[in-house]
Ligand binder design. Structure first.
Ligand code: TYM
Length: 335
């Protein structure tokens, strides 16, 4: 049976460059390499989206996100499936079942829950990693291209799958360990694009400061200015050292990914140079060239094309998910 590669990106508002480089672009590359003999599931986690405020129109945000995959070069064939999570009710049903085998302590340890408010967060935020596990396990997915901030949720998914299989029989495919996910994504380590002003933190949609993050809809000149004002350091040498020079390392990383050049090549090109201004000008020009080309591509994709992809993807997704849910229900005695 074909193995499955699966990912999802929330649509609370515009996507950041972090979402793009950490998840969307790796998914496009993997899909194009493997879709002949793998299933490629790209879904919109709309139920994960409603855990927090939505900026813009949710349906428009959904269409735009799918256009991003297409504009980034994803080649669609019969093995590539787009669907909205809430159009496949089995996700919610399996979440409930998985809730019942998850200790409170295990769910409470999730860093994102703590970061998003802990006890004052809504119950949806608490439960979100378990819904994410359901998203993955319903489709027996093996490969889950995500950024480093989602690794803890992937480990939780593996634990839940193994626990269920031990108690009720071998129903779930256990996704690969994060170290092996990284290898499959052809990365050296999990990816974390940094906040431009505070490079010790990840670039995040929810950071209020505009200059901290690049959004995919930013005017190219505006994005270039944000790069020029990025925080660096006072060491005065260009070196890839995430610990001592996170700002400079972030710029080198962004340059490599956005120009599709191996990171090592970019590091070697800049090694020994001392002008942070030169590096910033180069990254700013790469970002602005990328955004103007990308935004033009997005504009050309009609809504109807996306709606058609969703309609066929949702038929496929319901078939696969309902069959797995039925296996789960039978294994537990619910059917
Ligand atoms: P979300 O919507 O917060 O983020 C979407 C993807 O973008 C990656 N990402 C980053 N990568 C690198 N650097 C950054 N600064 C950065 N910021 C975000 C995230 O790691 C993620 O891959 N729970 C998920 C969505 C989800 C999902 C799933 C993903 C729901 N179910 C099943 C995979 C499989 C989330 O909230 O991601």
């Amino acid at each position: 049976m074909n193995k499955t590669i699966l990912t999802g990106i929330r649509v609370n508002g515009e996507l950041t460059l972090g979402n793009f480089l950490g998840a969307l672009l790796p998914m496009v590359r993997l899909a194009n390499q493997h879709s002949k003999d793998h299933q490629v599931n790209i879904f919109i986690p709309d139920l994960h989206t409603i855990i927090s405020e939505i900026d813009g129109n949710l349906q428009q945000n959904i269409l735009r996100e799918i256009k991003y995959y297409l504009a980034a070069g994803l080649a669609v064939n019969e093995n590539v499936h787009f669907y909205r999570q809430s159009y496949v009710p089995a996700h919610s049903e399996l979440t409930w079942i998985l809730n019942c085998i998850t200790p409170m302590g295990e769910a409470s340890r999730m860093i994102q829950f703590k970061e998003k408010g802990g006890d004052s967060a809504n119950v949806g935020i608490f439960d979100y990693p378990i819904l994410m596990a359901a998203d993955i396990l319903l489709y027996s997915a093996t490969y889950i291209p995500v950024g480093e901030d989602q690794f803890q949720h992937l480990e939780l998914t593996r634990n839940l799958a193994e626990r269920f299989n031990r108690r009720f029989g071998e129903v779930f495919t256990v996704p690969l360990k994060t170290a092996d996910q990284v290898k499959f994504m052809q990365q050296d380590a999990g990816l974390r694009i940094r906040d431009l002003l505070n490079p010790d933190k990840k670039m995040s949609k929810s950071t209020p400061s505009e200059n901290s993050k690049i959004m995919l809809s930013d005017a190219p000149e505006k994005a270039a200015k944000k790069i020029m004002s990025a925080t660096t350091d006072s060491l005065g040498k260009i070196k890839f050292d995430l610990f001592n020079q996170p700002g400079i390392s972030n710029l080198l990383q962004i340059e490599a990914l956005i120009t599709d050049t191996p990171l090592q090549t970019v590091i070697t090109t800049w090694a020994g140079q001392t002008s942070y201004g030169d590096l910033k000008r180069k990254v700013a020009s790469s970002i602005s060239a990328f955004l103007s080309d990308f935004q033009q591509q997005v504009e050309q994709i009609p809504d109807q094309l996306v709606l058609d992809l969703l309609a066929s993807g949702e038929i496929y997704a319901n078939q696969v998910a309902n069959a797995k849910l039925h296996q789960v229900q039978k294994a537990m005695g619910l059917r």
